[in-house]
Write a protein that binds this ligand. Structure first.
Ligand code: PLP
Length: 235
């Protein structure tokens, strides 16, 4: 594919190689590598899709997803939504993403269900768990997670596929292990009985600073941004 690009993206080759090697050395070549693509231009994402085998991306701002969406090489691409989602914005993305990682309220569940019913679509969702019960953070508290999963079963156009968590920033490895172990336990408690379901269940945990630890602790999908694309520039 010899498309003319406006920049040299070959630095991505090394970054992707390094992250994949780290995951392999954690014994987890099977894990899903999802690229967290906020602030990354569509052209750079397409480079990784065309040249580096990238198949999963996660956007976390509705506006940014809409701006990039048409330009993405979507043929073999799985587009997920990973950020906090406002109820009134569901309508813009319901037809564009195949999974939402940040379900954390019944109001949001009802809106996704309604929009997806109109589209004749079932949306895969992950329940976001606020593992450290941080005040300002979105997510369901660990104690309320099982009850919430039960409630979600009332929405026929949602399919609960597992859990997602954002661990607090700046923890020690030991603290991360403790948080990840806690979520892994919650994941097994809620989905372990049905693990042979042919589509499988998802545990979305681990980011640039923690993907290796998370992989060792049972994550099935890591969301990696800066380790793949370099430090973000929000200007
Ligand atoms: C940005 C983001 C990530 C990736 O963060 P990095 O530290 O850059 O790897 C993962 N998950 C969510 C929800 C994000 O917004």
């Amino acid at each position: 594919m010899t498309e003319k690009l406006s920049a040299d993206y070959s630095y991505l080759d090394e970054n992707f190689k390094k992250v994949r090697e780290d995951l392999a050395s954690a014994g987890r070549s099977d894990i899903t590598l999802l690229a967290a693509t906020k602030t990354v231009p569509a052209e750079a994402i397409n480079y990784a899709i065309d040249n580096l085998g990238l198949r999963y991306i996660g956007e976390n701002r509705v506006q940014e997803l809409l701006e990039k969406y048409d330009d993405l090489h979507k043929e073999n691409l799985h587009v997920h939504f990973i950020g906090t989602l406002q109820v009134n914005k569901v309508k813009y993305i319901a037809d564009k993403v195949e999974m939402i990682h940040s379900l954390d309220s019944e109001k949001l569940a009802a809106e996704i269900d309604k929009r997806c019913r109109a589209l004749g679509k079932v949306m895969d969702v992950l329940i976001e768990v606020n593992v450290a019960e941080e005040e300002q953070k979105s997510g369901i508290s660990p104690d309320e997670t099982s009850g919430f999963i039960e409630k979600i079963k009332n929405y026929p156009n949602l399919r609960c596929r597992g859990l997602m968590t954002m661990a607090p920033a700046g923890c020690t490895d030991e603290e991360y292990r403790r948080y990840f172990a806690k979520i892994y336990r919650l994941y097994l408690d809620n989905f372990g009985k049905n693990m042979d379901n042919k589509e499988g269940y998802i545990l979305s945990m681990g980011m640039s600073g923690t993907y290796k630890l998370a992989a060792e602790c049972g994550s099935t999908l890591v969301r990696v941004g800066s380790a793949l694309f370099g430090a973000r520039n929000y200007n």
